[in-house]
Design a binder for this molecule. Structure first.
Ligand code: RIB
Length: 302
């Protein structure tokens, strides 16, 4: 059985449901409010565990009311937390609005995630090197992301980088990445190409490979995803579902992709699996509430 390590952020999501997003300077009435566990790193870990994978989290919570609650979520989900520690600060927070179409807008405050530095990651190198896959994102300091990828490569652990939230990354990091998984916005930041047509996705894929990544899997929302590998562009359709909340669809996609590759599926089958897992995750409100178990993904795939 493949082993997975996620090195990344842990956030508590403070979510308001709105009819539409407010304009600058405008106050509007929200429809509801709830707190949900979130954070791109933790979401990927929980999505993997939900699928039945053996997954460890490397990250930090604060020492506030959210910390204990979050550790309980991890435990309930089956995520190994021996490499999650507490900092004397606030837990990462994401202030999220979700509109009537399921689209979201997110403000994050790093809190303890900002304390995950390269030294901390080095101290946790055993867990990374014992894993088959390392999943990383960009909600912890870049030095920690670089360090985690470096440890992984030295130990033969495959690296999947979700370059989210959108930010440029050094080519030296991309050279350590087996699969990079940007959405359209992130692909544009990394390549200078706004991917809309198939030709754009091809050019963006080429640029990501030119910059050092070994494979690119570009997420295209409801349209599914594009794989760029060995000079070939392959489009994999998305699945139609009733969307309630797209928060963490990308995280669920990455978890699904890693899980399926860990099971030995070829890239195009793994991306189809990831599309299905991500689609299911959008059918419930909250980052982690809709993340599927394996049987649900199989049902949608069939
Ligand atoms: O990818 C979704 C996540 O982004 C949310 O859970 C929120 O915490 C932000 O980090």
């Amino acid at each position: 059985m493949s082993k997975f390590c996620v090195t990344g952020s842990i956030n508590m999501d403070l979510v308001t449901q709105v009819d539409r997003f407010p304009r600058p300077g405008e106050t509007i009435n929200g429809l509801s409010f709830a707190t949900f566990p979130g954070g791109k790193g933790a979401n990927q870990a929980v999505a993997l565990a939900r699928l039945g994978a053996k997954v460890s989290m490397v990250g930090k919570t604060g020492n506030d009311i959210y910390a204990g609650e979050y550790m309980q979520y991890f435990t309930n989900a089956g995520v190994n937390t021996e490499c999650v520690s507490q900092e004397d600060t606030s837990t990462g927070i994401a202030v999220i609005s979700v509109d009537s179409s399921g689209e979201n807008s997110i403000i994050i405050v790093a809190g303890a995630n900002g304390k995950v530095n390269s030294l901390y990651v080095s101290e946790k190198q055993d867990i990374i090197s014992r894993s088959d896959f390392l999943l990383i994102q960009l909600e912890i300091p870049m030095e920690a992301v670089i360090q985690a990828a470096d440890i992984a490569v030295k130990n033969g652990t495959k690296v999947i980088l979700d370059p989210a939230p959108a930010a440029d990354v050094p080519d030296s990091l991309l050279c350590n990445v087996d699969i990079i998984t940007p959405n359209e916005t992130e692909a544009e930041v990394l390549t200078g190409i706004k991917p809309e047509t198939d030709a754009d996705f091809r050019k963006a894929g080429e640029k990501l490979i030119e910059r050092g990544a070994k494979n690119a899997v570009m997420k295209a929302g409801a349209r599914g995803a594009y794989i760029y590998t060995n000079g070939e562009l392959i489009h994999i359709d998305g699945f139609k579902v009733e969307v309630k909340d797209t928060t963490a669809a990308g995280d669920t996609f990455n978890a699904g992709l890693a899980y399926a590759l860990g099971k030995g599926l070829l890239m195009r089958e793994a991306v189809r699996f990831a599309n299905a897992a991500a689609a299911i995750s959008t059918t419930k409100q909250g980052a982690q509430s809709g993340m599927p178990v394996i049987a649900e993904v199989k049902t949608l795939l069939n």
